[in-house]
Design a protein around this ligand. Sequence first.
Ligand code: FAD
Length: 467
Amino acid sequence: MNQYDFVVIGSGPAGRRAAIQAAKLGKKVLVIEQGRRVGGVSVHTGTIPSKTLRETALNLTGWRERGFYGRAYRVKQDVSAEDLRRRLLITLDHEVDVLEHQFSRNRVSQLRGRASFVDRDTLEIVKEDGEIVHVGASAVLLAVGTRPHRPSNIPFDGKAIIDSDEILEITELPRSMVVIGAGVIGIEYATIFSALDTAVTVVEPRDTMLDFIDKEIVEDFTYQLRDRNMKLIFGQTVETVEKDETGKCTVTLKNGRILHSEMVLFAAGRTGATDTLNLPAIGLEADNRGRIKVDPDTFQTSVPGIYAAGDVVGFPSLASTSMEQGRIAARHAVGAPAQEPPQFFPYGIYAVPEISTCGLTEEEVQQRGIPYECGIAHFRETSRGHIMGLDSGMLKMIFSLKTRRLLGVHIVGEGATELVHIGQAVLNLKGTVEYFVENTFNYPTLAEAYKIAGLDAWNRMGELKRD
Ligand SMILES: Cc1cc2nc3c(=O)[nH]c(=O)nc-3n(C[C@H](O)[C@H](O)[C@H](O)COP(=O)(O)OP(=O)(O)OC[C@H]3O[C@@H](n4cnc5c(N)ncnc54)[C@H](O)[C@@H]3O)c2cc1C
């Protein structure tokens, strides 16, 4: 039986970063992956496919140019599912190639198969051909991620009634679609398909969506979606989903309302992939959504030497944060000190339009009783925005009136997920409103919105009294 210093189960962002970190510290590392190719949900069904799909949809439809040339403008008439898939396959091949290269360069061993615990120090791996292998591990990282939640009352058929994994396999673009669930994944796909001219209806049981985002940003976003005829139904639960013999879907809501569509995307939650790990063998258990509890500083579970990181530990469930969690877990597992991550990390929602945010929302600032001022800039106020033909997009910053420090930055619109990093740097370096007022920004850029929003707040806050 081969013995390893560190065994990682799962090759998604958390597992990949952890394995490479431990290998760089000179440890003997093994990554076990049940999928045919490395990369995890992030590469094969989540982050990268959805973002590639988005990019292809925006390019082929000419979405970014419509502010200039009008809503009827199209780069390619009749975009097909095949058009979308072509770019997807090329991107995924490239991602897998880069990852395989990273593993081999860092001498990380790999095994393909499904892993489960025999005991605290031993794992059993069932390979695809049925062969069973055992390996010994001084420390183990569970980076098994999640899979779509599939309730038994939804008649998934992989064609017309699908989950967010199956959406990548569709052979025709639907003319109409009901999206059940207005979480990040549901909203991203709903808005991407709406950009592809699919008539989209979103059904969400809660009265609001994206509750963790600044309310003013969500209001602006919601307005933009409704303005382009997306139907957003809040506060309503789905009673039944059915498909008739012609393939048409009917979604009946609890209030009796009936929605017809060619496709139904069920995107209401994900479940941790912990059910096959035989966790009881090591005295560990997952919650009712398959999630594992960890110490938030080290990502160690209640069992010493067993770590968990990434989506399997819950919020924020991002590829970006999963990587950092994996790195911290690996360092702790092999006895290397790990720096605490900065207080604020960015959250990106790649809807159309994008949303990105870092730090406190206005609602959180109010709850904490901090006296504050906001600065707002609309992209249409920037010269870059004029050149790009942008008629929407806004950037909002919140500053403490007491310390003048930036407390939060919130953006909706083109480039939001890139732009947010300027705000993130100022936040984590504890910068004040003066940073934006006193510094020069490239011109013409969308980043100029920082200057405009900074000045907007500064004008109301008054000048800094310097000695
Ligand atoms: C549609 C969608 C869009 C997303 N968009 C973004 C985005 O834009 N930005 C962002 O930051 N995040 C995004 N995410 C989230 C991101 O994909 C996840 O946060 C990330 O993939 C989690 O990484 P992970 O390392 O926890 O595991 P995963 O990427 O989930 O990988 C887990 C791996 O473990 C393997 N595995 C599971 N059980 C076993 C076992 N018993 N034995 C062996 N192998 C096993 C699985 O096969 C899988 O390959 C998106 C997710 C989805 C679904």
